[in-house]
Write a new protein. Sequence first.
Length: 242
Amino acid sequence: MNRRPIIAGNWKMNGLKEALSFFSALDLPKAGEGRCDVVVCPPATLLAAASEAAAASGAMTGGQDCHVNESGAHTGDISATMLADAGARYVIVGHSERRTDHHEDDAHVQAKAVAAHGVGLVPIICVGESLEDRQRGHAEAVVEEQFKNSVPASFGANDYVVAYEPVWAIGTGETASLDDIASMHAFIRSLSVNGEDLRVLYGGSVKPGNAADILALTDVDGALVGGASLDAADFAAIIKSV
Ligand code: PGA
């Protein structure tokens, strides 16, 4: 077992050109020399420029979503090939905001993961229960269902990354308790073939103030950070807490 942690930032629909100064402000060690991999997922408009800035700073980039097809008549969509062409190494698929806003189901998420892997990107496959699921005691069942149907059966543990993001903790300032995070991460790992090699990130209101405790949990291999990844000082503080 040698799981290198990942701190990934998801800028969502935020960031204009001036946001590119973010990368130098992180003040990272050279790629591969720090304690974790750092991945920033900017909006698609910034991806190519961000990939250059990231490479110079020791970080990597990822897309926030991809289409299942490589090219074609899909107005407004972006393929995994295009993300790779713009320098991305990762792509988030199945984020709860995509599942809700764009009605993406598990089968669709799985097809995106296949498309991403096919062009050499590492898909970050998101799963997570709603507050109602958790209150009814269905959190594990919901996550298991999402996992089994969103992760391609052919994938080995190094072909993808999972992000466990309880929907009710995203952008709300609420985080799951450390006990709940620990048990869900161990559960997700148990669902994967060669799960000891699978990197499972936690996401949902990760901030400098709570990152160290969350990242110290045995089965937490990093974080997917939304709001706090928009501020270089906050994101750098989270990276330092690995
Ligand atoms: P948040 O977002 O850190 O703002 O809660 C996390 C995510 O949506 O990936």
